[in-house]
Ligand binder design. Sequence first.
Ligand code: ADP
Length: 275
Amino acid sequence: FLDPTGRARTMTGACVDITHYVRTREALKLADRQKDEFLATLAHELRNPLAPLRTGLHLLQHIKGGLPSQADQVLGIMQRQFDHMVHLVDDLLDIARIRQGKILLRQDPLSLQSVLEQALEGVQALLDAQGHRVIWQGVDPALWVTGDSTRLVQVVGNLLNNAAKYTPRGGCVALRGGEAAQPGMLVIEVADTGIGIPPDMIEHVFDRFAQVQQHLGHAQGGLGIGLSVVKGLVEMHGGRVVAESAGPGAGSLFRIWLPRADAPEPVEAAPPASS
Ligand code: ADP
């Protein structure tokens, strides 16, 4: 080769055979794809028996004259476990669909206020059952996003659900929304006074199957995929999500940024039909 003055030089070095490395990478990619396919099939198969189970539970709950109180209690437990199972299977299906690019999002104008209110409504029972104080002051009704209402409610609901789960009884969970410092963006925050996240895990909580090994002894164990579904859905909406925590015991904060949309044009009422 030529040095900077243009003189010819020889170069010594070792030639590394990277075939093995390339093959290993390809094998890993293939294994990853196979794992995704397996998860998708598993989720579908697990979902099938859930429909008749749901009908059965519904029928039992509406038996004429009611059930003896003990049976009623058992039924309550079955219903909660059933809901938990549906949640896990739906997360599994979602993560498989996100990774395979198979989720289609609606692009509707959505008021931020309504998304956050619906999400809160969905977890209110759990927050109450845990005795948590909820801080929620509503948001400016003039703030809009474009997206899929069901999916955005799911995203915020998931963060609230985690906040409730990973906060010892009688804690505090705050939901906030508003304009972000960055122009054209909205911000949503879910904060809790719970067990917090160790600094070395902050980066990884959004990874598939990531779980921090510190538990509250709660019965609602998960698979560690809820947050990867959250991240996937937020990114599909053109947004970003981060986690913050000062460490174990210091609570956690999850922050989402989404592109702000213009308020939709008001629909004009049709003039009354003339007779
Ligand atoms: P799961 O809750 O099913 O385990 P997630 O993907 O929702 O899975 O969360 C991944 C991990 O991140 C959890 O196992 C938990 O260790 C940690 N985590 C999530 N949310 C919180 C929170 N609000 N406070 C403390 N840790 C959390």
